[in-house]
Design a protein around this ligand. Sequence first.
Ligand code: CA
Length: 268
Amino acid sequence: MRERLKVRRIVRVCVGIAAVLVASATTANAAIVETFSTAQSPFPGGATNQGVISFNYQDGVLFPPQRGSYYVSEESRGSGDRSWFTFDLRSSCTATDVTLQLVRGSEFGKGDLAGGDYTIHEVTTPPEVIYATPGPFPYDPYAVFNDLGDGPVFGGGGWPLDGAPSDVLSSRLNAAGVAAFNAARGDFFTLGMTGGRGTYIDPGLPPERNTIFGVSDPAKLVVTCALPSKKADCKNGGWRNYSVFKNQGDCVGFVATGGKNPPAKKPG
Ligand SMILES: [Ca+2]
């Protein structure tokens, strides 16, 4: 009798575990991820929708903006490399989570500053100005250099300065960054990045900045799409808010099957 009770209890525990596994599998299936790249929809005159402006404070020189590559270095004595990344969100879903993915690159290097801090900023300069043709930047590049490192902060962190050029840094945008992404849907979306401001160990030494990124690989934006959790979310035109369904029935079917019936427009 006791043995049978034990078996029953084991069965009950197993059923419970199985239920949890099914629930988590359903949740995983339901997630829809979209990836955007600076290699998509390139503006004329550049291979990718990204670039860098470098400023050397000692010489007071702003180097000509460079399209296609990105460099981010820690800023000190007013010198630094600031980069921008533009993504085509004309067919984007509504995001709940947005992560910027960058490659460290072959030109990263250690200077005489500690750490590898960087910050992601809002960019208000419109892409038609950043990518104006025919020549690069027929406008005030100082204004754009400032824009890449000022205004609302959308993310940031520290990056260890030892590693391989192929290292990928993932940086999640904060709530303000996700809101800005969603506000930019249907258009292009540009992010700016600047290094932190370090202090020289020996002020008498010539400037040697930490370069955190130095690469021309396309930057990526990995986006988790917002999805309905109940049928009511689909009704009265609600299905349109998710921009992954072709109609209300498609949306209701997705909810009813716990995500097993993927959206017709964007298969999960
Ligand atoms: Ca700005």
